[in-house]
Design a protein around this ligand. Structure first.
Ligand code: URP
Ligand code: ZN
Ligand code: ZN
Ligand code: ZN
Length: 485
C-alpha cells in the first residue's frame, strides 16, 4: 500500500506537543515516531502537525428566507480544506410538516460532491407522532445523534417550549444530544415589528432587534428545560456574556452543557453595522448579531477557561444580490455569513499569536473537543495510530491578507476582508488525500464520505410510546422549503 510520511514536524494535539513523523496509509494514520520512511514525503520542517479542523455548524445550499445559501457542499468543503478544516457537520432541515427521513435524503443528495468528510445534525422544526417515531430511526439507522431546535425564526423554523421539552425527553431516551439556537423568537418578532413601525428598516436595526438579553433568556430557558428532561445540551453560536454566564453556571452545577462561539463573534464587533454603506452592514447580518468588546472578551475568556468548548462558523453564505432582498426591510435580509475558509487562520492569528490560547487549546477548540462531543473521537480529532488521516500541517510563518478575490467561497465578498493572517496550512490531508499543497488547492470532488455517529449511552429501558401531552401547534405541510421567515 502506498504510504505518505509527514516528516520533520512537531505534532500538536489537544494535550501534547512533541517532535515526530507521521505515516499515513490507506487513509488512516499507521505510525507515529522518529525517522519514518515512505513512498511520498511531505516536508513539515518548522510546522505543527495537528488534527484537521472540524466545523460542527455549517449551512451549505440551505433553503432559507426565500433563497438558498450560495456555498454548496463542493465550494463549501473546498473552502474548508483550504483553511485546514477536514470535516463539516451540516443541518438536515425538514420544512414544517415534512418527514425527517425525507430531509435526510435531500441532504444525502446535496452532499455527493463534498471534498471532505461530513455529517449531519437533524433539525426538529415541528412536532408530532411522526417526528417522535422517526427520531428513533434517525438515531439507530441514519447515524445522526444530534437534534437542533430553533428558539427563533418565529413562523418558520421556531419550536415552542412544549415541543422542545417533548423533543429533549425523546433525545434523552435515545442517547441523543439536543442543540439549540437560543434567542427568544417571540421577543425578536415584537422588536422587529416595532423597529419597522418606527421607520428603522436598515441592516443596523437587525442588531437592535436581537439584543444580548434575548439570547441570555433563551439560553437559560433551554438549559433549565434540558435539565428537567435529563439530557445534556449544546448551545450553538454563543455570542453574549449572558449566554456564556448561563452555560458557566450550569456547568458549575454539574450539568453537561456546551457552548460554541463563532469565529465571527470573536473577531468582528457591532461597529460593523454602523457603517455608512448598506451593503457592508447587510453582508454582516446574521443571528445572533455581532456584539461589543465586552461580549467578545467574555467569549475569549470562556475558551481559555474551558467554559466554552468549540469554535465554529455557522457558515451560511449569501451573495450581495441575495442580501439586497432586504432593501427597505431588514427582516428580509437573509441571515448568515461565511467563515469556513478563515476559521482556523483567524483563530490562530487572533488567538494563538496574541497569546490568548495555547496551541493545544487551539487544537481542542477547533477539532478534538467537538469530536468528543459528537462521539466521533478518535476516528476524527486525533493524531493517533488508527485515526483517520485528517491532518493539517500548519506553517506558523505563512502570511496572507484575506480577500474575496482569492477565496474559495462562491460569494462576492468576505466579512474578514483585509485581515492580515499569520499561520496557514502548508498541507491539508483529508483521509490521506493531500488536498492543499504549499497553498495550491488540489481537492477532489466527491472524496468526502458521510460520517455516521453512534448514540451516546442511553438509559437501558424500553423507549416510551407516543403520547399527546397538549394540543399540538397547527403545522401545515406547505411543500415549500423551510424558507419563509
Ligand atoms: O444568521 C444565521 N446564523 N443564519 C444561519 C441559520 C442559523 O440561525 O444558524
Ligand atoms: Zn442559528
Ligand atoms: Zn464603505
Ligand atoms: Zn446555524
Amino acid at each position: 500500500m502506498a504510504s505518505t510520511v509527514i516528516k520533520g514536524g512537531t505534532v500538536v494535539t489537544a494535550d501534547l506537543t512533541y517532535a515526530a513523523d507521521v505515516k499515513v496509509e490507506g487513509g488512516v494514520i499507521t505510525e507515529i515516531g522518529p525517522n519514518l520512511t515512505g513512498d511520498t514525503l511531505l516536508d513539515a520542517t518548522g510546522c505543527y502537525v495537528m488534527p484537521g479542523g472540524i466545523d460542527p455548524h455549517t449551512h451549505l445550499e440551505m433553503p432559507f428566507m426565500g433563497t438558498y445559501s450560495t456555498d454548496d457542499f463542493e465550494s463549501g468543503t473546498r473552502a474548508a480544506l483550504s483553511g485546514g478544516t477536514t470535516m463539516v457537520v451540516d443541518f438536515a432541515l425538514p420544512s414544517p410538516g415534512q418527514s425527517l427521513l425525507e430531509a435526510i435524503q435531500m441532504w444525502d443528495n446535496k452532499s455527493t460532491r463534498a471534498n471532505c468528510d461530513y455529517s449531519f445534525h437533524m433539525a426538529i422544526t415541528w412536532w408530532g407522532e411522526q417526528v417522535f417515531n422517526e427520531m428513533e430511526t434517525v438515531v439507530r439507522d441514519k447515524g445522526i445523534n444530534t437534534f437542533k431546535h430553533f428558539m427563533a425564526y418565529k413562523g418558520a423554523l421556531m419550536v415552542d417550549d412544549d415541543e422542545m421539552y417533548s423533543s429533549f425527553k425523546r433525545c434523552a431516551e435515545l442517547g441523543a444530544l439536543p442543540l439549540v439556537h437560543a434567542e427568544n423568537g417571540d421577543v425578536v418578532a415584537q422588536l422587529q415589528a416595532q423597529l419597522l413601525a418606527e421607520g428603522n428598516n436598515g441592516p443596523e436595526a437587525h442588531a437592535y432587534s436581537r439584543p444580548a438579553k434575548v439570547e441570555g433568556e433563551a439560553t437559560n430557558r433551554a438549559i433549565m428545560i434540558a435539565d428537567m428532561a435529563g439530557v445534556p445540551l449544546y448551545v450553538v453560536h454563543t455570542s453574549s456574556e449572558q449566554a456564556h454566564e448561563a452555560i458557566r453556571r450550569a456547568r458549575q452545577n454539574g450539568m453537561r452543557v456546551y457552548g460554541e462561539p463563532l469565529i465571527q463573534h470573536l473577531t468582528l464587533d457591532d461597529s460593523e453595522y454602523g457603517h455608512h454603506d448598506w451593503d457592508h452592514a447587510a453582508r454582516r447580518v446574521m443571528s445572533p448579531p455581532f456584539r461589543n468588546k465586552k461580549h467578545q472578551d467574555s467569549l475569549w475568556h470562556g475558551l481559555a477557561a474551558g467554559s466554552l468548548q468549540v469554535v465554529a462558523t455557522d457558515h451560511c453564505a449569501f451573495t450581495t444580490e441575495q442580501k439586497r432582498y432586504g432593501v427597505g426591510d431588514f427582516t428580509k435580509i437573509p441571515n448568515g455569513t461565511g467563515g469556513l475558509e478563515d476559521r482556523m487562520p483567524m483563530l490562530w492569528t487572533y488567538g494563538v499569536v496574541t497569546g490568548r490560547l495555547t496551541m493545544n487549546e487551539f487544537v481542542a477548540v477547533t477539532s478534538t473537543n467537538i469530536a468528543k462531543i459528537l462521539n466521533v473521537y478518535p476516528k476524527k480529532g486525533a493524531i493517533l495510530v488508527g485515526a483517520d488521516a485528517d491532518i493539517v500541517v500548519w506553517d506558523p510563518k505563512l502570511e496572507k491578507t484575506i480577500t474575496a478575490e482569492s477565496q474559495q467561497s462562491a460569494i462576492d465578498y468576505n466579512v474578514f476582508e483585509g485581515k492580515e493572517i499569520k499561520g496557514l496550512p502548508r498541507f491539508t490531508l483529508t483521509r490521506g488525500l493531500v488536498s492543499v499543497e504549499d497553498g495550491e488547492i488540489k481537492t477532489r470532488e466527491g472524496h468526502g464520505e458521510f460520517v455516521a455517529r453512534e448514540p451516546f449511552h442511553a438509559v437501558n429501558k424500553a423507549l416510551s410510546k407516543w403520547k399527546e401531552v397538549t394540543a399540538p401547534r397547527k403545522v401545515q405541510r406547505t411543500g415549500i422549503p423551510a424558507s419563509g421567515v
